[in-house]
Design a protein around this ligand. Structure first.
Ligand SMILES: *Cc1c(COP(=O)(O)O)cnc(C)c1O
Length: 461
């Protein structure tokens, strides 16, 4: 049997079809052969999926399979690409190494050992997340489960929220879903969060993230969030919750056992004067086409919470201006505020999904031109890199040299924010570390200070 969420009764055969719409049922690598629509695909494709999902995490639920994927368009369907492993996600060499081990029917330990070795080659922790963003307590000890990179915003990774209803094939936090628990960024200590916030009056925003905090039961979420109504947390004005549940499991807000309780919690926070923002991860308008997705959005908005949308630009999924324009128009119509368009990060299956920065900017611009002002609130394309969020603002020519115009929309040093700077134009570059300063300059303006910060963290000597 496929795994059934432990929170719900296992369905009997008789009520499977009738109840499928509101019962959470999930498939992982070992259930690949049980996914009915996959059975019509060539066996070689299913083997490819076995190979890739031995290295990269895979998890998909029945709602995504039944309601979001157009099986007639597989393998090109964007939601299929978003959730199912594809051969091209691994380099041919890496693919072949794992394929030959699987073909030889090696034991589990051999497969696991190779998987660990190959994952390490996929830059599992981009942007120095583990070392650079961990805050320290009063004794200088790292506070697991928290990240504090930008002065005003603290990220919190509740341990019960470190999985998702389905996994995105391009996830930049993919490494936390495979094996090694020691590398997980997580905590179950509400106290630790609250103590840290209390000691940091400069923090105005708490961003609860994961994984997906919406996989948590409402009672856990309440334990973290309700205390923020106490006067000692008056400086924490905004509570953001990052989630892809509006795509992968809108039932969370409509028909789950504790859906109503969740909405009550959000409403209580709003009524007490907090700004609550659901940071919804969206990649394609197809995610927005079901009635239940619309109902979930409407119910969330009734609480007084705002919904903002963000997501990366990805080859094979949404590298098309018309798709972005349609997504943003649809979001505006449903009352969602477009917030960020990200550049795919330099990790995991990046070679399958990456789009050159020059092309990313063209797609962004072309999409912007197709929407009204209310759809133009999405900033980007933005790279969440070590020094900060760097936006590509355009391409121009200065003193005869073609350049990218860039700016920080967030930075480790707030003083770097909103200063225009330039990089030599490079049609192929896909990430900040591939860009070079123009005009024969040796460094970007922020580099000496950033290097100093890294030295202080012992990342370079
Ligand atoms: C994006 C991000 C934030 C939030 O930045 P905003 O510009 O306020 O949305 C906070 N922390 C980290 C590490 C981030 O990447």
């Amino acid at each position: 049997m496929p795994q059934v969420s432990g929170l719900r009764r296992e369905p009997s055969d008789a009520d499977v079809s009738e109840a499928a719409a509101d019962r959470f049922k999930v498939y992982t690598q070992r259930d690949l052969e049980r996914i009915v629509p996959l059975q019509q695909l060539p066996a070689s494709m299913r083997f490819d999926m076995q190979v890739v999902s031995s290295i990269l995490p895979f998890r998909v639920n029945q709602y995504v399979i039944d309601e979001l994927i157009d099986w007639d368009r597989v393998p090109d369907d964007p939601i299929f690409q978003l959730t199912f492993p594809q051969r091209g996600m691994l380099s041919p060499e890496m693919f072949e190494r794992m394929a030959s081990v699987l073909r030889s029917e090696a034991d589990r330990a051999t497969v696991q050992a190779l998987a660990r070795e190959l994952r390490a080659e996929l830059n599992p922790h981009p942007a120095g997340q583990l070392q650079m963003n961990l805050p320290l307590d009063a004794n200088g000890e790292p506070l697991n489960g928290l990240q504090h990179k930008y002065r005003e915003t603290v990220l919190f990774f509740p341990s019960q929220g470190q999985t998702c209803h389905s996994y995105c094939s391009f996830c930049f936090r993919w490494a936390q879903f495979v094996g090694d628990k020691a590398l997980r960024i997580a905590t179950n200590e509400a106290n630790r969060l609250h103590r840290y916030l209390e000691q940091h009056p400069e923090v105005t925003d708490l961003l609860v993230t994961g994984g997906d905090p919406m996989v948590m039961k409402t009672k856990h979420l309440r334990g973290y969030l309700e205390p923020l109504l106490e006067p000692r947390f008056a400086h924490v004005q905004t509570i953001r919750i990052g989630t892809k549940a509006l795509t992968f499991w809108p039932q969370r807000f409509v028909s789950d056992d504790d859906a109503d309780e969740l909405l009550e919690l959000l409403q209580r926070l709003v009524e007490a004067g907090k700004h609550v923002s659901i940071m919804a991860h969206y990649n394609h308008w197809q995610e927005l086409r079901t009635d239940i997705a619309h109902r979930a959005i409407a119910r969330l908005r009734e609480t007084g919470a705002q919904i903002r949308s963000q997501g990366p630009l990805l080859a094979h999924i949404n590298d098309d201006a018309a798709d972005w324009a349609r997504l943003w128009k649809e979001q505006v119509r449903l009352g969602i505020v477009p917030y960020y368009m990200f550049v795919e990060r330099d990790t995991g299956a990046r070679h399958w999904f990456e789009v050159p920065l020059a092309r990313a900017w063209q797609i962004y611009r072309d999409a912007m031109q197709q929407v009204s002002g209310l759809g133009r609130t999405a900033r980007g394309p933005s790279m969440s890199a070590g020094p900060g969020k760097v936006e590509i603002q355009g391409v121009t020519e200065i003193q005869g040299e073609k350049v990218f115009v860039l700016r920080f929309i967030q930075a480790r040093n707030p003083d770097w924010v909103q200063r225009p700077f330039f990089a030599a134009y490079d049609e192929q570059a896909t990430w900040l570390d591939q860009l070079r300063p123009p005009f024969g300059e040796a460094q970007f303006f922020f580099e000496p200070e950033y290097e100093q910060m890294r030295r202080e963290r012992g990342l370079i000597t």
